[in-house]
Write a protein that binds this ligand. Structure first.
Ligand code: FMN
Length: 345
């Protein structure tokens, strides 16, 4: 788009264009604690999808520094067309926030996705080196707050998401946020195929956020038994509980059973707290997360294979909406009444 033709567009709209430009698919591989690996991020980038790395997957800021250096070098080698992201827990209980943020500055990590708290603490710093800040939020109230702190984009976590989830359906959440925010919107929660990617665009968002679909990839750092469980599970195996951190999260029931817990007798916690005794946190490593879309994962594949499948599904979805004989028939009769110019019937 030329400067002349884009001059009438709002800064938010221009940013929406910027964050989706050059991608092979409007997709972000969502950050996953103990699952996202450096290899996953590199494979995603090579496949044309943005990927986000939780900085806490590295056991120390020094290791995070090494990882960020490796990813940044590949990003540069690939020409920088596909950005990558760091996922920073901005909750007050994260003692590594300052050190991990300094690594983001050092390597000029293109996007920073904040989670579990107020993004205000990182906005100025990330903007200082030209990076973009996306805040992960799960209600319109939190979205409005994050927008008021000057974040560039919002990640709307909707019901059905693996790990910490949200209470709202995507369509209602995007509609509510679009009333006050015209910048980039990423939507996550139960998205597993190319149709879902197209659907979030139709809702008015820009990018799909997928975690569960990528747990069982070859490059994932999840243990083999977890990958198997994801492949073997479906929606009936998902439990939504606030028993572990106090925030609602979707978990794999069989992993709770294997860890000796009774999924039907969990004790609710009403206060969010990441600071738990060491033994308890260690035990959480065996309590695996996945979202409503888990039943759509049927094999352990490479990241490239999954992205390729998603691209095919996305292309087929576009074609179906455009060329499918049934859709064409519908458009010729009923659909004609719905063109933008048509008067209300
Ligand atoms: C195993 C697992 C670990 C997760 N860890 C994180 C994390 O460290 N930080 C974060 O912001 N979100 C985390 N999430 C949430 C995802 O980033 C994302 O919101 C979610 O996967 C999207 O829903 P989906 O799983 O249905 O695709 C995790 C999700 C899963 C499944």
């Amino acid at each position: 788009m030329t400067a002349a033709s884009s001059s009438h567009l709002s800064p938010g709209t221009l940013l929406r264009e910027r964050v989706t430009q050059g991608l092979g698919l409007p997709l972000v591989l969502a950050p996953m604690f103990l699952v996202t690996s450096v290899d996953m991020v590199l494979a995603s980038m090579a496949s044309g999808a943005v990927a986000a790395m939780p900085t806490l997957n590295a056991r120390s800021p020094e290791i995070w520094d090494e990882w960020a250096g490796t990813i940044a070098a590949t990003h540069a080698k690939l020409g920088g067309a596909v950005p990558w992201a760091a996922n920073l827990v901005v909750h007050g209980s994260n003692p590594r926030l300052a050190a991990d943020l300094a690594v983001c500055v050092k390597h000029k990590v293109p996007w920073v996705i904040t989670a579990l708290g107020n993004p205000r603490a990182v906005v100025e710093t990330v903007h200082g080196y030209g990076g973009l800040v996306f805040a992960d939020v799960n209600t319109p109230i939190l979205a409005r707050k994050a927008a008021s702190y000057g974040v560039d984009g919002l990640v709307l976590i909707c019901s059905g998401a693996g790990g910490h989830t949200g209470p709202m359906t995507p369509a209602a959440f995007v509609a509510a946020v679009r009333e006050f925010f015209d910048g980039p919107i990423i939507v996550g929660g139960g998205l597993v195929d190319g149709n879902g990617i197209r659907a979030v665009q139709a809702m008015g968002a820009d990018l799909a956020y997928m975690g569960t679909r990528f747990i069982a990839t070859q490059e994932s750092a999840a243990v083999e038994a977890c990958k198997r469980m994801v492949v073997d599970s479906d929606f009936a195996d998902i439990i939504c509980t606030n028993a572990f951190t106090g925030a609602w999260a979707n978990k794999l029931r069989p992993s709770l059973v294997a860890a000796g817990l009774d999924p039907d007798k969990l004790v609710a916690r009403d206060r969010f707290d990441l600071n738990r005794p060491e033994e308890e946190v260690k035990a959480w490593k065996d309590l695996w997360s996945a979202g409503h879309g888990v039943g759509s994962v049927h094999a352990i594949e490479s990241v490239a294979e999954v992205v390729r499948t998603l691209r095919q599904e996305y292309a087929q979805c576009l074609a179906r909406l455009d060329q499918d004989p049934w859709m064409a028939r519908w458009r010729a009769s009923e659909g004609a009444r719905y063109t933008a110019q048509a008067p209300h019937p």
